[in-house]
Write a protein that binds this ligand. Structure first.
Ligand SMILES: Cc1ncc(COP(=O)(O)O)c(C=O)c1O
Length: 415
C-alpha cells in the first residue's frame, strides 16, 4: 500500500499490506464484463456451488431460535468439540474443544497466530509458490517472510534440504499448505516424514499446517502432518474451515486446532479484534460437521476431479503451455515459459506471465491470475471452480489466444 493517499499517516505495517492480487484480477475482469465484454472468470478462490440447503436450514433454524447474540470468544462449545472430535476420529489426535478456536475464516486464524507470536524481525518460512496471504500476513504482523523456492521437478513442494537451508535462529514458523493453493500439490506421507525429521532438529520452529483444501483431492486422500509425525502436536497449529469443502466462503467460519496455551492466546487477541465469529455461521458450520451435507462434499469432489481432467486434457495440447496436474484443490498451475518472447499481432512481445494473463483477457476475455502473484514466474493459476461449460469455452478461447501469438504459430509449424 503506498503512502501517497495519506502522506505520513500509514503505519509501517499498513504500508506492507497489499490488496489481494487475486481480488484485483477479479475486479479487472468484472469491470470489462460490466462494459459488455464476454468474460470467463477463472480467478476465483471459491467454489462455484451454492451452500447446501441442509446447511442453510440449520442457520435459519438458529435464527428462528434467537441465536443472534455474541457467542463465547473462541466459538461455541458445540462447534469447538465437533472440530476436535473430527481430528480424534480421522487422525487419532489427542485433542478436545479447548484445543480449538473458531474464527472469521481460516484467514483470521492465520492472522491471529502471527499477531500473537511474531516480534519485529521474526522469520516465517513460506514455500513458494504460495497463497499471497501467507507472506502478507507475516509482514503486517511485523515478521519477515523467508521465501523458500520450490522446483517443478519436486512437484512445487518444499524439500528437507530447502527447509534446512531456510531455518535460522530467528525462525518462528514454517507454513505448509497441502493440498496447496496455487499449485494443487499434495505432500505424501514420506515427504512429510522427511520434513518432520528436519523439524526435530529445530525445536523452536512452530508449524502452521494449512489444510483448507483437505476435502478436495484427486486419487487418494491427502496425508496429514500430525498422523505422520504425532510428536509435532505440541507445536503445530492446524488451519481449516468450511469455506471450500462446504461452499461456505461467505459465512466466514474457520478454525485453528493447536496446543491449548497457544489457542488461549489467540482467544485473547480475538477478543479484542472481533469478539468472535458469527453465531449463525457457527450454527451452520456445526450442521456441516454433523454430516448434513456429506453427500455434497463427495459430489463436489468428483466434479472438481472431472474438471481438473478437463483442464489437463484441454490445455495439454496448447503449444507453449505446461499444465501441472493438480492432486487436490481447485487450481491448475500452468507453466507459460514457452510463450515468453512470442509476439502479439500488434508486435508487442510477451515478456512475462503478466503479459500472458493480460493477453488472454484482452484477446479472448479469459481472466486468469499471473504466477508472479504467488511468488513464481512464469506461470498462471487457473481456478476450475467454474461450470463445465465455462471451462470448455475457456479452453477453446485459450487455444485461439495462443494461436494468435506469432512465435507460437511458428513453433507449432516447426513441430
Ligand atoms: C490456502 C488457503 N488457506 C486458507 C484460506 C482461508 O479461507 P477462509 O478464510 O475462507 O476460511 C484460503 C482461502 O482462499 C486458502 O486458499
Amino acid at each position: 500500500m503506498t503512502d501517497s493517499l495519506f502522506p505520513g499517516v500509514l503505519s509501517r505495517r499498513a504500508r506492507s499490506a497489499e490488496l489481494s492480487p487475486i481480488a484485483a484480477a477479479g475486479a479487472r475482469a468484472a469491470k470489462l464484463a460490466a462494459a459488455g465484454r464476454s468474460i470467463i472468470v477463472l480467478t476465483s478462490g471459491e467454489p462455484d456451488f451454492d451452500t447446501p440447503a441442509s446447511i442453510k436450514a440449520a442457520a435459519i433454524s438458529a435464527l428462528d431460535q434467537g441465536k443472534t447474540k455474541y457467542t463465547p470468544t473462541a466459538g461455541t462449545a458445540a462447534l469447538r468439540s465437533a472440530v476436535a472430535d473430527g481430528y480424534r476420529e480421522r487422525h487419532g489426535l489427542d485433542v478436545d474443544g479447548a484445543n480449538v478456536i473458531i474464527s472469521n475464516g481460516g484467514k483470521q486464524v492465520i492472522y491471529l497466530a502471527l499477531n500473537a507470536t511474531l516480534d519485529e524481525g521474526d522469520e516465517v518460512i513460506v514455500p513458494a509458490p504460495y497463497w499471497p496471504t501467507f507472506p502478507d500476513a507475516v509482514r503486517i504482523n511485523g515478521g519477515v517472510p523467508v521465501i523458500a523456492h520450490t522446483r517443478a521437478e519436486d512437484g512445487f513442494k518444499l524439500t528437507p534440504q530447502g527447509l534446512r537451508d531456510a531455518i535460522t535462529p530467528r525462525t518462528k514458523w514454517l507454513i505448509l499448505n497441502s493440498p496447496g493453493n496455487p499449485t494443487g500439490a499434495v505432500y505424501t506421507a514420506q515427504e512429510l516424514a522427511a520434513l518432520a525429521q528436519v523439524l526435530r532438529d529445530a525445536p523452536q520452529v512452530l508449524v502452521l499446517w494449512d489444510e483448507m483444501y483437505e476435502e478436495i483431492w484427486f486419487g487418494q486422500p491427502p496425508a496429514h502432518l500430525l498422523r505422520v509425525a504425532p510428536d509435532l502436536i505440541d507445536r503445530t497449529l492446524i488451519v481449516n474451515g468450511v469455506s471450500k469443502a462446504y461452499a461456505m466462503t461467505g459465512w466466514r467460519v474457520g478454525w485453528g486446532t493447536g496446543p491449548k496455551p497457544l489457542i488461549h492466546v489467540l482467544e485473547a487477541v480475538q477478543s479484542q479484534v472481533s469478539s468472535g465469529p458469527s453465531s449463525l455461521g457457527q450454527a451452520a458450520a456445526l450442521a456441516a460437521l454433523q454430516g448434513v451435507a456429506d453427500g455434497f462434499v463427495e459430489t463436489a469432489r468428483q466434479a472438481y476431479a472431472r474438471r481438473a481432467q478437463r483442464v489437463e486434457d484441454g490445455l495439454g495440447s496448447v503449444p507453449g503451455l505446461q499444465v501441472h496436474a493438480p492432486q487436490g484443490s481447485f487450481f491448475a498451475w500452468i507453466g507459460v515459459g514457452g510463450l515468453i518472447g512470442a509476439l502479439r499481432p500488434d508486435g508487442r512481445p510477451i515478456e512475462h506471465d503478466g503479459d500472458v494473463a493480460d493477453w488472454l483477457l484482452e484477446s479472448e476475455g479469459v481472466a486468469i491470475v499471473r504466477g508472479a502473484a504467488y511468488g513464481l514466474s512464469p506461470y498462471l493459476r487457473l481456478s476450475f471452480a467454474a461450470s463445465d461449460t465455462n471451462i470448455d469455452a475457456a479452453i477453446e478461447r485459450i487455444h485461439r489466444a495462443v494461436a494468435a501469438l506469432s512465435a507460437v504459430t511458428a513453433l507449432e509449424a516447426a513441430a
